[in-house]
Write a new protein. Structure first.
Length: 351
């Protein structure tokens, strides 16, 4: 039996399904399929070739019942119209319950086996009473499914900033992890309003070319590396990954953009995190640094030494000056003034 890749449900789930008979379907054919949720409508994407299966992780399984008929299409349109009324009914029950949850969408399975309710919430919710109240109105099985902000965009969003339908609602079956590191490597703007998608998180498209950028960057010398080129010895200041070019600084402080093919030898590999200002300070020759120290005025260099000498030996200097002081000079300030004997001035002879 041939197998096909089928997309079904509002969450655009991918499944590998086999036909009940030896029937071959072309891409885009709408079919009725049986999944683990019940009878659903789906669309054929491709045959389940080994190459297609290698791109899928744990796909759902099912069987293709038949191709959709005009009667099935009419029934599907009635179900979609009925879902709008069911959404309002569920919304009233949620508001009456007072639960901390946000209703996103309501999906009724084509075969009527169940109604799936998608909602947002930051915490776990005990919705047992809510399910009982909704099941009493719909008379079918109720399934509550908590989703994230990206899944909300997958259900409700239409077009992205690029003018095309959002990726999560077209060809993406899984949401790839995206980090700010990917935006920095591709030198995209770091303005959150410009690199965020309809879900409020980083755009999934930042992930598409990241592996290519990463592979191309490994072929270039890192920032801060010392290299030998046809112009002589240089230091790498910046990289143009896609263009495979480098901004380098020559020994005479000139900055030029050169192709990566001009690199003859990599003398030392930098950390990759250096900035042009830091690299300039690190390249300063030792002789120049020594000369920069000797440019200071001589008096300023000797001041600290003289100050230290005076502080270390203050008493000997004072002792040396005091005996040589002239009679008319005042004694040092740190010594007490000499005492005068009044009796010796008046004379020792009796009157």
């Amino acid at each position: 039996m041939p197998k096909f890749v089928v997309r079904y449900g509002v969450m655009r789930t991918l499944g590998v399904m086999q036909t009940r008979e030896n029937v071959v379907y072309s891409r885009g054919t709408q079919v009725i399929a049986r999944t683990d949720r019940g009878i659903e409508t789906g669309i054929i994407l491709s045959e389940a070739t080994p190459q297609a299966l290698s791109q899928m992780t744990n796909p759902a399984q099912g069987t293709i019942q038949r191709e959709m008929t005009p009667g099935d299409s009419l029934e599907l349109s009635k179900i979609l119209a009925k879902q709008r009324d069911e959404y309002q009914v569920v919304k009233k029950h949620v508001e009456a319950s007072g639960l901390d949850m946000q209703l996103v969408d309501v999906e009724r399975i084509f075969g009527g086996e169940r109604v799936v309710i998608y909602y947002l919430s930051e915490n776990r919710i005990d919705f047992r009473e809510l399910v009982k109240a909704i099941a009493a109105d719909f008379q079918t099985r109720i399934e509550m499914k908590q989703i994230g902000s990206r899944d909300e965009a997958k259900l409700l969003a239409d077009y992205g900033d690029c003018g095309k339908p959002v990726c999560c609602n077209t060809h993406l079956s899984e949401m790839p992890p995206v980090s700010m590191k990917m935006a920095k490597l591709q030198k995209a703007t770091l303005d959150p309003t410009k690199i965020s998608g309809r879900c409020g998180r980083l755009k999934c498209c930042l992930r598409y070319e990241y592996d290519t950028y990463e592979a191309l960057q490994k072929e270039l010398p890192p920032i801060g590396a010392d290299v030998i080129t046809s112009r002589g010895r240089c230091r790498v200041l910046a990289q143009e990954i896609l263009a495979q070019q480098l901004l380098v600084e020559t020994e005479d402080r000139r900055r030029v953009m050169i192709p990566a093919a001009e690199i003859l030898t990599v003398l030392s590999r930098g950390t990759g995190n250096e900035t042009p200002d830091n690299s300039r300070r690190e390249r300063r020759p030792p002789a120049q640094e020594q000369r920069g120290k000797s440019d200071a005025p001589r008096g300023e260099r000797q001041k600290p030494e003289q100050k230290n000498t005076e502080q270390k030996n203050p008493e000997p200097q004072q002792r040396e000056r005091h005996p040589e002081a002239k009679s008319g000079e005042a004694p040092p300030a740190n010594e007490p003034p000499p005492q005068v004997d009044n009796k010796s001035d008046s004379g020792d002879t009796p009157s």
